[in-house]
Design a protein around this ligand. Structure first.
Ligand code: BGC
Length: 758
């Protein structure tokens, strides 16, 4: 079955389509050079190009043993390693590259990959935080700078963007994506690919992007990492795949598959995903790397009897490069020699890998990225810090501001800065921090100190510790649940202050890979600290620093003001101070809902209506008896220091024909006293479909700057193609019938108008 499917797709994926490659990946002259190389390569050398090891310099998995390292170095010298991950720095990458090009028979350069997720040395907000900016230019700029730094340090390729849609905040990796919505996710995916790869992958400050984790990794059952996924083709196509497709269309040079299975087939061995859809339907010409060891994990999944079978299944299904499973290097050549794997499969995978190496210019100069002088200059560039601060303040979401407590007065006599994260210079760096220097972020305390005049006294108390023990990528966070010794001093500091800033939330390593949680409330003694502080002083602004949405319960009810600042990166403290004192009016909007309780998860605003949407008296409708269905703060939500009003939406026509479009326009007014920016959002509902359609789907957004009292008309154009979805007939198309358009400042508070598609 797999083989049958594959044959058709191979013909397609091998067909030479000029100009169809990702950003000129397919270049006729390079294809000829690849032909020539392939003709000279032994089967072992070919397989070598598909073999990727982690170096010992910096690891995102178990550190390779001394023995494993020796094997790696020996194999590199023999030209049997195509790529190394986790090697960084101009000098180290140069040395590593030398091993391959000075010893290998064919002198094929290696490609060096690294998880440059939200910065290389300069950290930007975690991707979920950045998505809250709804500012694609800012997101692209962040990726551009990250690429510039990484490229100068010898890195050719980032394992980003992570484009997994996620509806479940229990999943720790929700921090790495753009949240719950496929449309916003698609926009952010394209912006990041453009940022990393620039206009020309051959430029020395651009790096290859990698859309991951293909696919549906964000839908693991129960929000548990690496867990089983079982979903319909409709949900896959309509919800999960749009950001991947956007990344492919933006020219992403590579894809990474995923650890999870879908409907019983591990993604790594999934020919439907990789052959039919990615390389077939989408015409993707780059290569697919496995996730760390995921080829080998097909044995544990119960899909492969052993590593040899896993290798055969993975290459057949379209996994081109083996990250750290060592399955290809051990088994592919013998499998080809035994006639169990067609050499054409290997040739196609090698061609794809070489294509990206050519596009990066590595055959012209394998050391062009490893430039110590450029590295020094790029990593110390002050413009990068300024950009990080800009993105960080755009990412901050104002969740609550009772009685206009915010913005705070800079010239207040005393400001108390309290909480476990107040002086923390590490948590803001977040997880997946590449080469950030530990403890190098601007803390909230430092940001506030730098912002206020010398006449304002800033007092600090930690109150409680959040975590004890090691804080690192591989270690589980240990939460402090017993040490309350700092609470009295915090209460004292709060008592005499004009206002309190309480920095609480999550440590950097509480979210991220392997950090699924059944409880996403404020951990440890943080709520207890808040209660004690509130008793001493009601003027408390909670600054949340988190990777994921939390269930805020008591805090949301009792704290007068709440800012969600995410893990805001290197300049977090300055950005937070910019917002606290009103130098920046917050304009961030949630890219994912904050649920009321874990019991509501998974959830999305774009749910189906069900046959019993209610509300009804009694119990026999689709609701909880102990909670509203709605989240605490919905998708798209975020306040400002001013208020915006929306007119009723106007439509240019009440009926449109196929191929036509309708304009939805609305007048937005800044009804407050401060200048501010509002993200106006357009949603659509397709009332009846060949498969049921969500009650609302984001179809557009625009950020508008408005002076106090100013009004502006915002117009969205809805084309027939914007109404298309994956239908019961298995086609991506719009279906005629009734639609509703909704416009508003979040997914809940909207005004609507109706139209028909003929
Ligand atoms: C993660 C990937 C990452 C890879 C390499 C895996 O554990 O799932 O996202 O790119 O490691 O670090």
């Amino acid at each position: 079955m797999h083989l049958l499917r594959f044959t058709g797709a191979l013909a397609l994926s091998l067909a030479f389509i000029p100009g169809a490659g990702a950003q000129g990946l397919v270049n006729p002259a390079n294809e000829k050079k690849i032909d020539a190389l392939l003709a000279q390569m032994t089967i072992e050398e070919k397989v070598g190009q598909l073999n990727q090891y982690s170096s010992a310099f910096d690891v995102t998995g178990p550190a390779p043993s001394a023995g494993a390292q020796k094997v790696m170095y020996d194999q590199i010298r023999q030209g049997l390693v195509g790529s190394v991950l986790n090697v960084t720095g101009a000098e180290a990458t140069r040395k590593m590259q030398q091993l391959a090009v000075e010893n290998g028979r064919l002198k094929i350069p290696m490609i060096f990959g690294l998880d440059v997720i939200h910065g290389y040395r300069t950290m930007f907000p975690t991707p979920l935080g950045e998505a809250a900016s709804w500012d694609m230019a800012a997101i692209e700029a962040s990726a551009r700078i990250s690429a510039t730094e990484a490229a100068a340090a010898g890195v050719h390729w980032t394992f980003a963007p992570m484009v997994d849609v996620a509806w479940d905040a229990r999943w720790g990796r929700i921090m790495e994506g753009s949240g719950e919505d496929p449309y916003l996710g698609a926009q952010a995916a394209a912006a990041r690919v453009h940022g990393f790869q620039g206009k020309d992958l051959g430029a020395v400050d651009t790096i290859a992007a990698c859309a991951k984790h293909y696919a549906a990794y964000g839908f693991g059952e129960g929000g548990r990492d690496y867990n089983t996924v079982d979903m319909s083709e409709q949900r896959l196509r309509n919800v999960v795949l749009p950001p991947f497709k956007a990344a492919a269309e933006a020219g992403a040079a590579t894809f990474m598959n995923a650890f999870n299975e879908i409907a019983g087939i591990p993604s790594t061995g999934n020919a439907h995903l990789q052959r039919d859809i990615l390389k077939g339907e989408w015409g993707f010409q780059g290569f697919v790397v496995s996730d760390w060891g995921s080829i080998g994990e097909m044995v544990a999944h119960g899909y492969s009897e052993n590593l040899e079978q896993a290798a055969r299944q993975a290459i057949t299904a379209g996994s081109d490069m083996d990250m750290e499973a060592r399955a290809y290097v051990a088994h592919l050549a013998p499998l080809v020699k035994a006639g169990k794997v067609d050499v054409k499969l290997v040739d196609d995978a090698v061609r794809r890998v070489l294509r990206v190496k050519f596009a990066l210019g590595l055959f012209d100069d394998p050391y062009r990225y490893s430039d110590a002088a450029r590295e020094k200059q790029a990593l110390g560039n002050p413009a990068h810090a300024a950009a990080a601060r800009d993105v960080a303040r755009k990412s901050i979401v104002l969740l609550k501001n009772e009685g206009g407590l915010l913005p705070l007065d800079k010239t207040a006599k005393t400001i108390a800065v309290i909480g476990p994260l107040a002086a923390d210079k590490d948590a803001p760096l977040g997880n997946w921090r590449a080469q950030a220097v530990t403890g190098s972020a601007v803390s909230v305390l430092e940001g506030i100190q730098a912002a206020v005049p010398s006449t304002t006294r800033v007092v600090h108390a930690e109150g409680v510790k959040l975590v004890t023990g090691p804080r690192s990528f591989m270690a589980r966070s240990v939460i402090n649940t017993t040490d309350r010794s700092g609470i009295p001093a915090a209460v004292e500091a709060a008592r005499s202050a004009d206002a309190v800033v309480l920095a609480i939330g999550e440590d950097a390593f509480q979210s991220g890979e392997g950090r699924s949680q059944t409880d996403i409330g404020l951990k440890g003694l943080q709520e207890e600290l808040l209660k004690a502080v509130l008793e001493a002083n009601k003027r408390v602004v909670v600054v949340l620093m988190t990777g994921r949405p939390l269930t805020l319960g008591w805090t949301a009810e009792n704290a007068p003001a709440i800012l969600e600042a995410w893990h805001g990166g290197s300049q977090a403290g300055h950005a937070i101070a910019d917002v606290l004192f009103g130098d920046t009016n917050p304009s961030g909007k949630l890219p994912v809902a904050f649920p009321r309780s874990v019991g509501q998860l998974p959830m999305t605003y774009a749910h189906k209506n069900t046959g019993r949407p209610g509300p009804e008296p009694g119990v026999t409708w689709s609701a909880y008896t102990d909670s509203p269905n709605e989240p605490l703060y919905p998708f798209g939500y975020g306040l400002s220091y001013t208020t915006f009003t929306y007119s009723e939406p106007k439509l240019s026509a009440s009926e449109i024909g196929f191929g036509g479009s309708v304009q939805v326009s609305v007048t937005i007014t800044n009804a407050g006293k401060r200048a501010g920016a509002e993200v106006a959002q357009l949603y659509v509902r397709d009332m009846v479909g060949s498969v049921t359609r969500p009650v609302r789907e984001l179809k557009g957004f625009q950020k508008v700057d408005l002076q106090p009292g100013q009004s502006r008309e915002v117009a969205f154009t809805l084309k027939t193609s914007d109404l298309a979805f994956y239908t019961a007939a298995g086609k991506w198309e719009a279906e005629p019938g009734a639609f509703k358009a909704f416009v508003g400042g979040n997914s809940r508070d909207v005004k609507e108008a109706a139209f028909n598609l003929k």
